[in-house]
Design a binder for this molecule. Sequence first.
Ligand SMILES: [Zn+2]
Length: 181
Amino acid sequence: MGYRDEVASHDDDQSHDHFARIVVTGAIDAGLEGNAAVGALLASPDGDVLLAERNRMFVPRFRSDYHAEMVLLSQYEDQHQSSDLREHTLVTSLEPCEMCMIRIINSGVSNVLYVAADVGKGGITGPNKLAPHWARLAASQEFAAADCGKRLAEIALDAFMSTIGGVTDKLLARRLPEPGG
Ligand SMILES: [Zn+2]
């Protein structure tokens, strides 16, 4: 059974399983499209899914900023001039990277949940501390692992890991060759 079917048929036992299934499905789709396999969604204070997006860095055209969270927040902010994300929740299939962490902090969204941790590499569990002004802003936001099935987290991470090598190769191919290479 493919990951997409397995995610679709996963029982929603835990409080964030519904959100997790949506972002992990988005991640799988992003990977199939030739992008890094990461998905994200934005939920209202009542828990309604307002928008779901996915990484679009290479397809349909190259956008170096188009991580899933960036696509999601750009779309939301374009559509809502007075975008107020208090009590809203942003959910990602993978712990946000450092670029996306800063964007998420600037957006003011109250809650951030990630399905899979990117242990030691992400913007939350990674090696770098936030500068004081970012930390001051982030203090009013909640960052946490989603309460979801372990299998969904495994699939989220595996989908990402199966695409990141190809994505890095494509980024390397856009650079000058290494000296003597
Ligand atoms: Zn990112």
